[in-house]
Design a protein around this ligand. Structure first.
Ligand code: FAD
Length: 481
């Protein structure tokens, strides 16, 4: 049967007896060392149809892989089939219509390179090696979000292979499935295998003004810097795409002066979309309001800005990331964040404040499954460490810190940074709020038996969709520290 599948695919099939098996089964997060029965490397839509038919026939667990960078390890499994789209690399750019379409295995680095050839881009993340697939389907927060929205907000079409082998075109045009497009904008990999993504493009760069400024984070300094940045972001134009990161300057990293190795920092980062001289002026306060520890701000090609953090996330290390959308960022909330960040057990971890506003707040005109758009900040905790023996304290840090911040959230989180979704349905319900029922209905339509369950899983058998939590009921006051 495997030989027949291999012969049928334009791509390839890898099994445990193949020399290539260990390379083919590896995923980015070293927490997941799983052994699938086979990896179907799909080069075409027909390959994906055949791989899913094989999975149905043998009742195999299905893991779908785009770029292989799921933090929660969703793109691998034990004993099942990995539908690996990494050979699907075709990219077509229409510079006149400002549209790009890309195969399900394309990474952001690849798509950015193709679109930037025309001075265009669609919002991705802040890292070039993640897949366009998982990031877009989960939402997609990046360096262009305030200006042009989340990655999923710019998804205008998709080709989807459903669990029963149908190929459906999602989109807003006549004959396309608009409901499915809505669900793919943030509803994750619940509805099928997306073999092709079509994105709206915007003028970006090719050179952009980019601030990357490391400020002192010792003592009272972190709170001071974050308060200042909060106020700056509140008045900033949508051309400014800001993030603040609290962490510890790594030892032995020569780009930093040795005197600050091991010190706490607050990194203020922002990418400006527009003329670089205007960007330099608008972003100057980030560098000037206090004497920075280190300042890497520059005018650089957008494609290089997208790669700036690539080296910080090596394959095979241990990662556990959580998030929460905060609806307030007053001084007391900042103090809580500062205190939580200080407790990080690993110096490699960071506490990230993704400011929400501009085009993210407005959302796409034709809607999306994503919620949390009224948040002030998407708080992202990246627990990053090296040794398996340190799993427990690092995961506990992120869990406890997030639990402490729940009272100032709207209950929603960014589901691509949702730990391993240990909270299950409860996290999905509170994230999707009033959208949850529509997602369950879509799931019933496209995957009624839940074949696609290794994801931010919407349970099609959920009978309780009338009793949805009220998002606003959670807005309680943060207790005094
Ligand atoms: P994969 O591991 O390939 O897939 C993850 C899941 O997505 C799959 O299990 C499946 O459920 C679904 N999926 C993938 N491909 C398909 C497909 N073709 N059809 C249907 N379902 C599919 N997120 C941000 O928003 N902004 C960032 O800046 C950002 N930075 C990151 C940096 C790093 C180093 C990492 C590891 C992650 C980052 N993320 C970021 C999170 C990222 O969005 C998710 O990890 C995302 O799942 C990665 O996509 P992928 O295609 O590489 O994942």
């Amino acid at each position: 049967e495997v030989a027949r599948l291999r012969a049928a695919l334009a791509g390839n099939v890898v099994t445990p007896t193949d020399p290539d098996y260990d390379r083919a089964r590896a995923v980015w997060n070293g927490m997941f060392d799983r052994r699938p029965a086979l990896i179907a490397a799909c080069a075409t839509t027909a390959d994906a149809v055949a791989a899913l038919a094989f999975a149905r026939r043998h009742e195999l667990t299905i893991a779908v892989r785009g770029g292989g960078h799921s933090v929660a390890g969703y793109s691998t499994c034990d004993g099942g089939i990995v539908v690996d789209l990494s050979p699907m690399k075709q990219i077509d750019v229409d510079p006149v219509g400002r549209v790009a379409s890309a195969g399900g295995g394309v990474t952001w680095g690849e798509l950015d390179a193709a679109t930037q050839a025309f001075g265009l881009a669609t919002p991705g993340g802040v890292f070039s090696r993640t897949g366009i697939a998982g990031l877009t389907l989960g939402g997609g927060y990046g360096w262009l979000r305030a200006t042009y929205g989340l990655a999923c907000d710019n998804l205008i079409g998709a080709e989807v292979v459903t669990a029963d082998g149908r190929v459906i075109v999602a989109g807003e045009q006549d004959g396309q499935d608009a409901d499915l497009l809505w669900g793919l904008r943030g509803g994750g990999g619940n509805f099928g295998v997306v073999t092709r993504f079509t994105f709206r493009l915007h003028p970006v760069g090719p050179n952009v003004s980019f601030a990357v400024v490391f400020h002192d984070g010792e003592g009272d300094a972190t709170g001071r810097v974050l308060r200042w940045f909060r106020d700056y972001c509140a008045d900033a134009p949508d051309a400014v795409n800001p993030i603040a990161v609290c962490g510890v300057v790594p030892d032995d990293m020569e780009m930093f002066p040795e005197a600050i190795w091991g010190k706490r920092y607050v990194m203020l980062g922002a990418l400006f979309v527009g003329p670089t001289d205007e960007g330099e002026r608008v972003l100057r306060p980030l560098r000037a309001f206090a004497q920075p520890l280190a300042d890497f701000s520059d005018v650089l090609p957008y494609v290089d800005a997208q790669k700036l953090w690539d080296a910080d996330y090596p394959d095979g290390m241990r990662y556990y990331w959580k998030s929460l959308n905060l609806v307030r960022l007053d001084d007391a909330v900042i103090e809580r964040i500062v205190a939580g960040a200080r407790r990080q057990p690993s110096p490699l971890s960071t506490t990230d404040l993704w400011f929400v506003g501009g085009a993210v707040r407005r959302g796409p005109a034709d809607g999306s499954a994503v919620r949390g758009r009224d948040a002030v900040v998407m708080l992202g905790l990246e627990a990053n460490w090296e040794e398996p023996a340190d799993d427990e304290p690092n995961m506990r840090w992120a869990r406890e810190f997030i639990a402490e911040m729940e009272p100032v959230s709207d209950g929603s989180r960014y589901l691509n940074f949702a730990g391993f979704l240990e909270e299950g349905d409860a996290a999905l319900r509170s994230t999707f709020g009033a959208h949850y029922a529509r997602l369950v209905e879509l799931k019933r339509r496209y995957d009624p038996t839940n074949r696609f369950r290794l994801n931010q899983n919407i349970d099609p058998s959920d009978q309780d969709i009338a009793s949805l939590p009220s998002a606003t009921a959670r807005l309680t006051t943060l207790a005094e520290p």
